[in-house]
Design a protein around this ligand. Structure first.
Ligand SMILES: C[S@@+](CC[C@H](N)C(=O)[O-])C[C@H]1O[C@@H](n2cnc3c(N)ncnc32)[C@H](O)[C@@H]1O
Length: 251
């Protein structure tokens, strides 16, 4: 890993396009719960290279605003959106989840994958309050994060922080639900399971056979091998103290 490079940028450099703990399976659950159609106004927070936004625009024809803090990821998103011919459907810009550049009550759906886990608890609350503010009444918030299956998880959290080079704060299922309820959401429904980000099946589901082979051949290069092994071990921990959680909440 390059000095200061965070885990999702490392994986993106290897060729990974979905940078989330429960992969496509969890995203598909969120999408099935989001009530998407062509008339819906959608905000994707932490859109990174635009993988989900492009999939949504192709599947439903809806309009999507994407925001992320990472300029380089946004440049890549712009290239991917142009390559897919979706410039009239998707607009991306640099913005912070905690201070969104949108009016109150302006979106039908907010989707935010693999970002809240990275924030300390007060920042999580601030971001979720912003999602509540910009959603229309009745709108859906769709999130996807890392979930603790036990209270006794400090060692594995520490290993995760070291492996991905970010001070992450995953929560238990109850604490994730409480976060959304405390910010005013109701009908909070969730789906959880084993993390698939770096499992062989999860990688093939997310990236296809050729995509997975390309990622693995990059991962095995001398300069990447150590970091990949460290991440692989944490994300495939046999004790399963870390799961993914997908949550659908309604304003
Ligand atoms: C693990 S990646 C997930 C990317 C994408 N959502 C996915 O699931 O593939 C986390 C993303 O969150 C973005 N991010 C982190 N903090 C943010 C914030 N406060 N506001 C907006 N984006 C943020 C990062 O730049 C990065 O692109």
């Amino acid at each position: 890993m390059k000095k200061d490079e965070v885990g999702h940028n490392f994986l993106a450099r290897l060729g990974k396009t979905r940078l989330r703990p429960g992969g496509k399976k969890a995203t598909d659950w969120l999408i099935a719960n989001g009530d998407f159609n062509a008339d819906k106004k959608v905000l994707e927070v932490a859109c990174n290279m635009g993988t989900t936004a492009i999939g949504l625009a192709q599947q439903f024809g809806c309009h999507i605003e994407g925001v992320d803090l990472d300029e380089q990821a946004l440049e890549k998103a712009k290239q991917n959106i142009a390559a897919a011919g979706l410039q009239d459907k998707i607009n991306v810009q640099r913005a912070n989840a905690m201070k969104l550049p949108f009016e109150d009550n302006s979106f039908d759906i907010v989707i935010n994958e693999a970002m809240l886990t990275m924030l300390p608890i007060q920042a999580k609350t601030k971001a979720v309050e912003e999602y509540f503010r910009v959603l229309k009444p009745g709108g859906f918030l769709l999130t996807h994060d890392v979930m603790l299956t036990t209270e006794d998880a400090e060692p594995i959290i520490q290993q995760l922080r070291e492996a991905i080079n970010i001070t992450v704060t995953p929560l238990t299922r109850e604490d994730w639900k409480t976060l959304f309820l405390d910010c005013g959401f109701h009908n909070v429904d969730s789906f959880h399971g084993e993390m698939t980000l770096l499992s062989p099946k999860g990688m093939i589901d997310d990236e296809g056979v050729f995509g997975t082979l390309r990622i693995l051949s990059n991962a095995l290069k001398a300069e990447n091998r150590q970091t990949f092994k460290k991440m692989f071990r944490v994300f495939n921990d046999p004790d399963k103290k870390l799961n993914f959680i997908a949550v659908c909440s309604q304003k």
